[in-house]
Each structure stands twice: as structure tokens, then as C-alpha cells.
Unconditional design. Structure first.
Length: 200
């Protein structure tokens, strides 16, 4: 028999001639693909809501990114070495060009520690970015002309560096609005959970 024909015999024929059976190929079950969790604290993942842990990780990332952004944006606007809270307070006090009380500022921004806010406001007043006016027992805060100038430059930097990254056709705006409403809902949920934890 020519060598070429011997080599062309199926593997099963060769196995029978040598007294060995070919190995059977057993189909292995396909393992389901489990989505990977993107979390920072896997020990807190609940079987009731894995998504809540993913959301909290995203919240950590976006809050830190936002704080870094407001500081660098204000730095580009000419005010360096401000903390994220100080930048946010400057913007909020300027909101609607209305004078604001300490208690109202804390309430609006959902900040519990009034002493931290009071210290930051005092620093902003010292930098000439805010001014105060006493009416009876209340101290009212408002932005100064210098503060308003830096806020306007901040707005210009924000338009050029942040808003410009959004789609020009405005297609992302509706989703941003929905996310904003959902975040306000979650703020209430976490506040309620904090009250429940305090009562334990």
C-alpha cells in the first residue's frame, strides 16, 4: 500500500488496528457570562441591589472629578487655592443676585455642619470676593464686584472646556435633566436612611 494512502486513513481506522479507541469529545456546558461589578467596596454589595453599589462607586468618582473640575476651573479664572466648597459657596451666594443667610445657604446645599460653611464664607469675605451686611441679628452675604468678575470668567472657562464637550444638537440635555431629578430623589433617600441610622 502506498505510503500516501496509509497516511490518509482516518484516525479511527488506525486506532482499531493498534487496539486503542479514539477519545470521545464531550461537549462542555457554556458558562453564563456574569457581568463584572464596578465597585469600590465589594463587601457591601447586596443581593437585593448590586446596582446600588455600582451607583455609589460612580457617585464617588463623579463627585471627586467634579470637585477637581470646579477648583481648576476657578484657578483658570484667576482664583487659586480655593477649596471645592469655597468655589460652590461663591457661586451659590451669587445665585439670583440675592443676599443670603448662613442657615439658608446650608439648607440649600444640604450641608449639616454650619461651622465649616461659616469658616469658608469668612475666608471669601477676607479675600474680597464677598461682603456682609447685618440686619438685626442676621448676617447676610452677597458677592462683591471682584467676586462677580471671577464668576464671569469662570462661566467663560466652563463654556469653553465643559459645555463644549456636550453634543451640539442638545440631544444629551434631556438625559441630563432626568439624571438631575433622579439624583435629587436619591438625596432624599440617603437623608432618610441617615435619620433611620441615627435612631438605631
Amino acid at each position: 500500500m502506498p505510503a500516501s494512502r496509509a497516511r490518509s486513513k482516518p484516525a479511527a481506522s488506525r486506532a482499531r488496528r493498534h487496539g486503542t479507541a479514539p477519545a470521545r469529545v464531550v461537549a462542555q456546558p457554556i458558562e453564563p457570562v456574569v457581568p463584572r461589578l464596578f465597585v469600590s467596596s465589594s463587601h457591601l454589595v447586596s443581593p437585593r441591589s448590586r446596582e446600588l453599589s455600582e451607583f455609589e462607586f460612580g457617585l464617588i468618582l463623579v463627585s471627586n472629578a467634579f470637585h477637581r473640575w470646579v477648583v481648576r476651573c476657578m484657578s483658570a479664572a484667576g482664583l487659586k487655592d480655593l477649596t471645592p466648597l469655597e468655589v460652590l459657596l461663591l457661586h451659590h451666594v451669587n445665585h439670583r443676585a440675592r443676599e443670603k443667610k448662613l442657615a439658608d445657604i446650608c439648607f440649600m446645599l444640604n450641608i449639616e455642619d454650619t461651622h465649616v460653611v461659616a469658616y469658608a464664607l469668612k475666608k471669601l469675605v477676607g479675600l474680597g470676593l464677598m461682603q456682609t451686611e447685618r440686619r438685626g441679628k442676621e448676617v447676610l452675604f452677597s458677592t462683591s464686584a471682584a467676586g462677580q468678575e471671577h464668576i464671569e470668567r469662570y462661566r467663560q472657562v466652563r463654556e469653553a472646556c465643559l459645555v463644549a464637550a456636550l453634543a451640539k444638537d442638545g440631544s444629551e440635555n434631556a438625559r441630563l435633566g432626568e439624571l438631575a431629578a433622579f439624583l435629587r430623589f436619591l438625596s432624599g433617600m440617603y437623608d432618610q436612611a441617615a435619620r433611620a441610622a441615627t435612631s438605631l
